[in-house]
Every structure is written in C-alpha cells, then in structure tokens.
Design a binder for this molecule. Structure first.
Ligand SMILES: NC(=O)c1ccc[n+]([C@@H]2O[C@H](COP(=O)([O-])OP(=O)(O)OC[C@H]3O[C@@H](n4cnc5c(N)ncnc54)[C@H](OP(=O)(O)O)[C@@H]3O)[C@@H](O)[C@H]2O)c1
Length: 344
C-alpha cells in the first residue's frame, strides 16, 4: 500500500483563556506513513482508535516555566493523553497483531513505538457494557480517580451527607454512585438542567443547577455536609467550608473554576478549616492507583455488568479534537469526552 497521511493534532500556541481549535491546537496532515513497510525495530505499529479529552490537558498548555504536576506540552508537538489503540503489526512477542492496548499516546492516527516507550501500556478488551472507549473513562484514569479517591479519603458512614460538584461528569457521576452504595445522602451540582436530570438518574438525592441556584442556599437547607468531593474550587468550595460538620473530609480532586485564567473569586471561609478541624486531601491519581489494583479487575467487572453506569460524549474524527478540548473547558460536554479517531 502507498504511504498514507498520518493526521496529528499539534499544540501550536499557549492560550491565555480558553483553548481555541485552529489557533492553539491545529490539525496537521503533513506526515505520511507506510503501514506495510515502516520499520518497527522490535516494536509495534499501533492504530489509535480512541483518545481521551480531560480537563487537565489545559494545565499542560502553559508556559513551561510555570509549575505544574506534569510537564508543559511542547509547542509544535502533538498533544498527548490516554487512549486505546490496536496493534497492526508487531515485532514484540508480548503483543500480537489485533490486540487492543490502552496507554498514553500522542494525538495522531498511527504510532510506531517500543512497548517500553508507551506509558501505562496494557492490553484491554471489550466486555459486556465495558466498551473500548470506556477504558479511557469510567474504567480508565477518571474512573480510577473517583474510585481510589473515594476509597482513600471519604471514610463514609451510612447516613452522612456528601456534596459532589460536576456531578454529571465522568468523575462526579461515579462518586455519586459510590456514595449511594455506601448509604449516604448525596447532593449533586452541575451546570445544566439536562445534567441535573442525569445526576438524578445516577441516584443523587438532591440535585441542582448551580447556574440557577446558589450552592450556599442548597447546603444551608440540605447540609451540613460530612464529605465534599470538590471538582471546581472557588465559590463552591467556599460554600462547602461554611456548611460542613466538624471533621468533615474535603477531597480536593480538581479546580475547574480556575483552569482557564479566571481566578477572580476571593475565598472568605478558609478559617473554618482549623475551626472545624476539616481534613483537606488534595491528590493526583498517579499516586493512588498503585494502591488499588482491584480497580482494573473488580471495578471493571462492575462496569461490564452494568452495575456502575456511565455516559460518553463522543467527538468523531481527530480533526475535531481541538473543538472537544474547548468544549470540556467551557463545561458543554455531556459525559466522558472522547475522540473516536477511527472506528472501534
Ligand atoms: N486529581 C486527579 O488526579 C484528577 C484526575 C481526573 C480528573 N480530575 C478532576 O476532576 C474534575 C472532573 O473531571 P472529569 O474528567 O469528570 O470532567 P467532566 O466533569 O466531564 O468535565 C468538566 C466539567 O467541569 C465543569 N465546569 C467547567 N467549567 C466550570 C466552572 N468554571 N465552574 C464549575 N464547573 C465547571 C463542567 O460541568 P458543569 O456543566 O457541571 O459545570 C464540565 O463539564 C476536574 O476538575 C478534573 O480536573 C482530577
């Protein structure tokens, strides 16, 4: 077969607000690849099927001199994130052609790599309700974030009250289900009425649209809370501090409200941290996952059986990946955001 275009989504410019497709990230088809003859040097030729769009990608689109938990992306190179690929050709006896493999991949259609060069490379399968794309969502990094963060820090007791922000997103919707399974009263917030309905269908007891109803008002009426699962920071965190019980556990998972340059909110209630002996736990999934290997077996089985539910927001085509990147930052995704790079 003649060489074909190896489409890539390149990082072009550091955004100072929301990332824009065509400006900060650009789809490029200048590279060609000969799938039959490209040398593998003992490695693999992978066809990338699915790539994950996650909020933290915005954090990597920063000036490299600014501190962050992962290095800044390099201008001119493809973005990089979790994905699922299929082995097309292999010179590595551990991976036969046809195998599906999850790992961290550059945003391009085909990749030649040694297995040792791909972070987190692991074979994956479709099973029941566990689709290939679910391996980058509910059964992948964000799912593991919800599962391990809850196990490590929630210390739930039946009858307690938990408040979950971005409750209709991938992480939040899993937290709601875990909290209900532990017998808690669950309060969930999200940014649209459709998302509010979705949280209800996940089992949340009290649901509201934070763009219409103030967090403070809901927590005053339905709290005080014992656990706060924080995905947004800012005003929601401040309201949670003012409406929690003594020894409340705050699980600081993310801060969506500040990722795109808007740091305007002034915290007023930080003094409650010591007054109410609040336990504040910030964490990054990479530190917790080695402690909970059952996530990839027992929890995956609960997804496959349909016990743990999820939904996806699928963008078709790598050329549309830049738009998906902007969509999640603006909060317009409905469910786990993934790019279908090829049919799977
Ligand atoms: N600590 C870790 O290791 C780790 C790992 C994975 C994810 N996370 C964090 O977990 C959170 C959820 O991630 P996810 O993958 O499940 O994404 P997600 O919830 O599907 O998408 C992000 C959501 O954030 C909300 N949002 C956007 N801008 C906001 C703003 N200014 N104020 C309040 N909410 C805003 C939107 O939902 P609404 O319409 O509801 O506003 C948007 O849909 C993020 O903060 C992410 O960074 C942390």
């Amino acid at each position: 077969m003649a060489p074909i275009k190896n489409g890539r989504l390149l990082y072009k410019e550091i955004p100072d607000g929301y990332p824009q497709p065509g400006k900060h990230v650009v789809y490029d088809e200048s590279e060609l690849i000969d799938l039959d003859n490209v040398p593998l040097n003992g490695g693999l030729l992978l066809k990338i099927l699915v790539l994950s769009i996650d909020p933290y990608l915005r954090n990597r689109m920063r000036d490299p001199s600014v501190r962050g938990f992962l290095p800044a992306f390099e201008i001119g190179k493809p973005l990089q994130n979790g994905g699922v690929a299929q082995v097309l050709r292999s010179e590595d006896p551990k991976y036969t052609a046809g195998t599906y493999v999850a790992g961290s991949y550059p945003f391009q259609k085909y990749l030649v790599a040694q297995a040792s060069e791909v972070n987190g490379l692991r074979p994956v399968q479709k099973k029941g309700k566990l689709t290939l794309s679910a391996h980058v969502g509910v059964a992948g990094m964000p799912g593991a974030t919800a599962y391990t963060g809850w196990k490590e820090y929630a210390k739930p007791k039946a009858g307690e009250v938990v408040f979950v922000t971005t409750g209709a997103g991938c992480v939040g919707a899993i937290v709601i289900q875990l909290a209900k399974a532990d017998g808690l009263k669950v309060i969930g917030s999200a940014g649209s009425d459709a998302k509010v309905e979705y949280m209800k269908s996940m089992g949340a007891d009290v649901v509201f649209n934070y763009k219409k109803t103030k967090v403070e008002d809901v927590l005053k009426k339905e709290g005080p809370i014992d656990i706060f699962w924080d995905n947004v920071g800012g005003e929601a965190l401040d309201a949670a501090l003012a409406n929690c019980n003594k020894h409340a556990r705050f699980i600081e998972c993310g801060m969506m409200s500040v990722y795109n340059g808007d740091n305007a909110y002034q915290m007023k209630n930080l003094n409650y941290i010591y007054q109410f002996e609040i336990q504040l736990h910030g964490f990054i999934i990479l530190s917790l996952i080695p402690k909970y290997p059952e996530f990839y077996t027992e929890f995956a089985n609960r997804i496959a059986s349909g016990e743990i539910k999820y939904n996806e927001d699928i963008t078709v085509g790598l050329e549309n990946g830049g738009a998906a990147l902007e969509t999640i930052q603006r909060g317009n995704n409905t469910g786990k955001s993934v790019i279908a790079v090829a049919d799977y």
